[in-house]
Design a protein around this ligand. Structure first.
Ligand code: UD1
Length: 430
């Protein structure tokens, strides 16, 4: 099992290039099979979740041609069945996007119930409610969701909870339904907009993505397109907090600063300098950071995917901070690991009370999920001594070249596979 070994204490300094957004890419890849023409997708991140989804798409007959590490050509004309393989798909939650895409195109889909990060109970009732409203019959059979319709018909759908996945999934199916669909109380995340823009580039007629009402006029057929995925705002935010926690100075490049506003606002509030450029954000932390309170919210609020990164940073800030997780109920598992590094934290329900300490010390910790794993790496980079992070397979789901990008910023971090490699690292860094 691969691990990260980290010798903390170096401020991160330099420039880092952000990859394409994983969560946008998952929706866009699934949507790309809705045309029989060839689609070119660029700025694709080379991360595990994306590669698993591409494998699953190949399995059902999509022609997948990796042109470069970050570009892929897809052709969905040879799709032989609408039933997706369980072994591949159980690994990624966003496999459910194939439901909306296949249902829209073929009016029939069968996809195993999704897996993904264990960050709380993650129902998909809203996705199914949307498909039903469009006229599909939805059943659960042998662990799979089966959705089928003679005709998909536009509908008026109100989402009780703001859900990224449901918004994207319903948007995909509705874009090939007959007539007009209105989705209310939609998610406004940048990747919802990116998937809508991508669908529109294939000929869909979707208006209002990025607001809480999306209107869709169904079309019969999509056509070829070439599309470049937006930068990953969560990867960018992770590096921004890594700069803050290590008292560094990092220029985070290839980003859309507008997408990072809630993260930048919190960094400013706790005492960082944040400078915004056209497509970059620079974060400088030159003094001890101070406490704050933060509550996760749907976009444009503070993202739940950035909660562990700020939690780790606040563990080192002066004063007491309160972090409230309002999206997923099981996202504080990293706090126990952080406590092993010397953090003073108390979790009560969906709230964590963090009393900042002067410093953390290295320990062996385990990544409980993707974002919390990245946050524990940040903790290791800021801590004194050696940290080993187990279960980094979670981190590899969503961060491309994580350790290489950190090394370029001066971090002492290495991916290792054995105790022998750990010893070598210890000897090398002295
Ligand atoms: C997406 C992101 C994930 C992020 C999350 C919230 C992808 C692939 N993943 O996940 O990284 O943490 O948005 O920004 O884009 N809910 C229901 N019923 C449903 C669907 C959701 O009750 O049918 C609830 C969830 O339990 C949660 C909330 O709605 O409390 C938001 O979830 P949602 O936005 O759907 O998250 P995902 O799309 O799974």
């Amino acid at each position: 099992m691969e691990q990260y070994i980290i010798k903390g204490g170096n401020p991160l300094v330099g420039e880092v290039d952000i990859s394409g957004a994983k969560n946008a890419a998952l929706g866009i890849l699934a949507a790309a099979i809705m045309t029989d023409d060839t689609v070119l997708i660029e700025n694709l991140p080379d991360v595990r979740d994306i590669n698993v989804l591409l494998d699953a798409m190949s399995e059902i007959g999509v022609k997948v041609e990796r042109i470069t590490r970050h570009a892929v050509m897809l052709n969905g004309s040879g799709i032989g069945g609408v039933s997706v393989d369980y072994e591949l798909i159980k690994k990624i939650r966003a496999s459910y996007y194939l439901l909306g895409a296949l249902l829209g195109k073929y009016k029939k889909a069968e996809v195993p119930l999704p897996g993904g990060c264990n960050i709380g109970s993650r129902p998909i009732d809203l996705h199914l409610k949307g498909f039903k409203a469009l006229g599909a019959k939805v059943t659960i059979r042998n662990g799979s969701i089966c959705a089928e319709a003679e005709h998909l018909r536009g509908s008026h759908i109100y989402l009780d909870t703001v859900s990224v996945g449901a918004t994207i999934n319903i948007m995909m199916a509705a874009s090939m339904a007959e007539g007009r669909t209105i989705i209310e109380n939609c998610a406004r995340e940048p990747h919802v907009v990116d998937v809508a823009n991508f669908l529109n580039s294939m000929g869909a007629n979707i208006k209002g993505a990025g607001t809480d009402v999306i209107r869709i006029w169904g079309v019969e057929k999509f056509h070829a397109t070439e599309y470049s995925i937006i930068p990953d705002q969560i990867e960018a935010g992770t590096f921004m907090f890594a700069a803050a926690a290590t008292k560094g100075d990092v220029m985070v490049k290839n980003v859309i600063p507008k997408h990072l506003e809630s993260t930048a606002a919190k960094l400013l509030e706790i005492g960082c300098e944040v400078e915004e450029f056209d497509s970059a954000v620079r974060v400088v932390a030159s003094k001890r950071l101070t406490s704050t309170n933060v509550k996760t919210q749907p976009y444009p609020g503070y993202p739940t995917d950035m909660q562990p990164q700020i939690g780790v940073t606040l563990a080192l800030a002066s004063g007491t901070s309160i972090v409230t997780e309002s999206i997923f109920e099981n996202r504080f598992k990293y706090m126990d690991e952080l406590a092993r590094m010397g953090a003073v934290v108390k979790v009560e329900g969906n709230t964590a009370i963090i009393t900042g300490v002067d410093g953390l010390t290295g320990a062996r910790v385990s990544a409980p999920d993707l974002r919390a794993g990245a946050a524990l790496v940040i903790a290791g980079l800021a801590a004194e001594g050696i940290t080993i992070v187990d279960d980094i397979v979670y981190i590899q789901r969503g961060y491309e070249n994580f350790e290489t990008k950190l090394q370029a910023l001066g971090a002492e971090i290495q991916r290792i596979n054995s105790e022998k490699e750990a010893q070598k690292f210890r000897l090398r860094i002295g």
